[in-house]
Ligand binder design. Structure first.
Ligand code: IPE
Ligand code: IPE
Ligand code: MG
Length: 239
């Protein structure tokens, strides 16, 4: 059991799952083994999020910039993604988890695209947790896409006024709230092009724990810290 104040839990948690390669290195294993074990952490954290009743979880799994990694690593990662989608579907259905992909679908091999569409379709009515997997994702690209689509709608006349709320709808995360809490594993103090618009007022938490070692107990202590933060959004503290 956990001793977290449910009222204070975030509604949307975003995680930069970093450190798989370093984990493998410490064990003298090929980098891909870090990704393999990292999938176990994904399962653990997804399950814990669902148990805690947090309705949105966004996981950064592969960035647009990650395509330039060695061919072998990229190919194996694509293979792992396919296996993950096949293997996790029963759990997603059983636990009422909706799967969504955010990022550039067209960058993926056709077979993988079909698999992603199929899992999104099969889980579309699930309501307990929305799991966004950021794949071939770039925050800057997302903003650019949003601007281009918005521009089209302005030309067509279906949009007359532009403000933050209107713009937000054009992002991949258009219908979901901004992340309240961002966790980055493995110690790096940067966003690496993740959710640039959406993280304007997100609470940030960086831990040295490498992603393949990051499990429910680490997650609970991160969330515990979140419940103690004071979010001010530019206002002065209450006194
Ligand atoms: C994160 O782990 C997973 C992906 C980016 C696919 P890394 O592979 O970046 O691991 P490190 O940062 O090299 O340790
Ligand atoms: C960020 O990790 C992307 C993912 C976790 C998928 P990277 O390992 O690619 O980030 P940098 O290169 O250290 O900034
Ligand atoms: Mg990394």
């Amino acid at each position: 059991m956990h001793c977290l104040d449910n009222e204070k839990l975030p509604r949307h948690v975003a995680i930069i799952m970093d450190g798989n390669g370093r984990w493998a290195k410490t064990k003298n294993l090929p980098r891909i083994e870090g990704h393999v074990t990292g999938i176990e952490s994904v399962r653990d954290i997804v399950t814990a999020t669902r148990e805690l009743g947090i309705p949105y979880l966004t996981l950064y799994a592969f960035s647009k910039e990650n395509w330039v990694r060695p061919r072998e690593e990229v190919q194996k990662l694509m293979g792992l993604l396919g296996v993950y989608l096949d293997k996790e579907l029963p759990l997603l259905l059983e636990k009422g988890i909706r799967f969504k992909m955010i990022g550039e679908m067209k960058d993926f091999p056709k077979k993988l695209q079909e698999k992603m569409y199929s899992v999104m379709k099969k889980t579309a009515k699930n309501k307990d947790l929305t799991l966004n997997l950021a794949l071939s994702y770039s925050g800057r690209q997302e903003i650019l896409h949003a601007i281009v689509s918005l521009f089209e709608d302005v030309k067509k006349g279906s949009v007359k006024r532009i403000n933050e709320n209107v713009f937000k709808k054009y992002l991949y995360t258009g219908t979901i709230p901004d992340p309240d809490f961002l966790i980055r594993t493995s110690g790096e103090m940067r966003l690496s092009n993740f959710l640039l618009w959406q993280t304007a007022y997100t609470e940030i938490y960086v831990t040295k724990v490498l992603w393949p070692n990051f499990r429910k107990k680490h997650y609970l202590s991160a969330l515990k810290e979140y419940t103690k933060r004071e979010r001010r959004f530019g206002r002065v503290e209450e006194y």
